[in-house]
Design a protein around this ligand. Structure first.
Ligand SMILES: [Mn+2]
Length: 327
């Protein structure tokens, strides 16, 4: 089936169901939140007689300005609902306890496929944000669908965050075409960027600590382990600390950069980023995955940190030996 046919099939499922629950991944980012809330508001505006819910078990403090989701919901509601999971590559990352009670699940995602857990699995790894899939569906079926102003704001937030403000791989003509559709409304960019990108002084202090203490492997992998103690010392949450991965994104010759963050007593979350070279294979080797140049993984001790850095270093060495033009 081509894209239009799959989108049609998804729209048919939506029309067949009077109750729809949209779920998204754990540790929500701007894309999964904006996609979930944006799709919810499009469906509510388009089908006023249906019950449409956006749910998730956890929250991200920095996205609180987007407003609340709709959960928790009674199990009875799940049993009569179509579930749509957005921006979630594997079933164990869905941030909801009851989605399996649903009548059927549809996956709408842009990560490299891990589990094809849906009855329809619509994966567009050519798109740098899951929200673009929703915008394209709206555009293809605009005779039947309504895009309210709230949805335009949610979807723009999703696109701007997942593309790193239109810098990441996959940004091109199609992305700008689709994004421009959202500008039929006045999106308050000043307010949005203030909400998304202003930092508190504690974060800047930790950033300055990272700048003085990050390590670089033999062939240029930049990395840092942010321990529980550091977070305590700077008065920052796990979430604040996780956001620091972009601090290491501008070092010449360091085409890969990795942040290790203590998540709980035994789990260390790994955030991996790269330019030119791909890093997702390293994440996959350590219980993770994601996008070619932006991935996540999990390790359990310092020995595994060393192993992961070593594997990345070898991959970067090989890349540098065989390619030109990187910086
Ligand atoms: Mn995404």
């Amino acid at each position: 089936m081509d894209n239009l046919e799959i989108q049609k099939a998804i729209l048919e499922k939506i029309k067949e169901n009077d109750s729809i629950i949209i779920v998204r991944h754990i540790r929500p980012d701007g894309d999964c939140m904006g996609t979930s809330l944006g799709l919810r508001d499009i469906l509510r505006a388009s089908f006023p007689n249906k019950k449409i819910y956006s749910v998730g078990n956890d929250k991200s403090e920095y996205l609180r300005f987007l407003g609340e989701e709709d959960g928790p919901l009674d199990e009875e509601i799940y049993k009569k609902s179509l579930i749509i999971a957005v921006d979630t590559g594997s079933i164990d990352r869905i941030s909801d306890d009851n989605f399996k009670l649903g009548k059927e699940i549809i996956k709408i995602d842009h990560h490299l496929p891990v589990d094809q857990y849906g009855s329809i699995n619509y994966v567009r790894d050519d798109f740098p944000a899951a929200a673009l899939i929703i915008v394209e569906m709206y555009d293809n079926f605009k005779d039947e669908l309504v895009l309210p102003e709230s949805a335009a704001n949610f979807l723009y937030t999703a696109i701007v965050t997942d593309t790193g403000r239109f810098r990441f791989r996959g940004v091109g003509q199609r992305v700008f075409e689709l994004t421009s559709i959202l500008f039929k409304y006045d999106i308050d960019l000043e307010k949005l960027y203030a909400n998304l990108y202003l930092k508190n002084k504690e974060s800047l202090r930790l950033q300055s600590y990272i700048f003085s203490h990050f390590k670089v492997s033999e062939h240029g992998v930049a990395y840092m382990h942010i321990t529980k103690n550091m977070m305590k010392r700077f008065g920052l949450s796990y979430e604040d600390a996780s956001a620091m991965v972009s601090s290491l994104d501008s070092i010449k010759g360091s085409l890969m950069w990795i942040l290790f963050i203590d998540q709980d007593k035994k789990t260390i979350r790994v955030r991996l980023r790269s330019r030119f070279v791909e890093i997702v294979e390293i994440a996959q080797a350590f219980r993770g995955g994601g996008h070619p140049t932006a991935s996540g993984a999990t390790v359990y001790n310092k020995k595994e940190i060393k192993e992961l850095v070593k594997m990345a270093d070898e991959k970067l060495k090989e890349y540098k030996e065989n390619n030109e033009g990187w910086l």
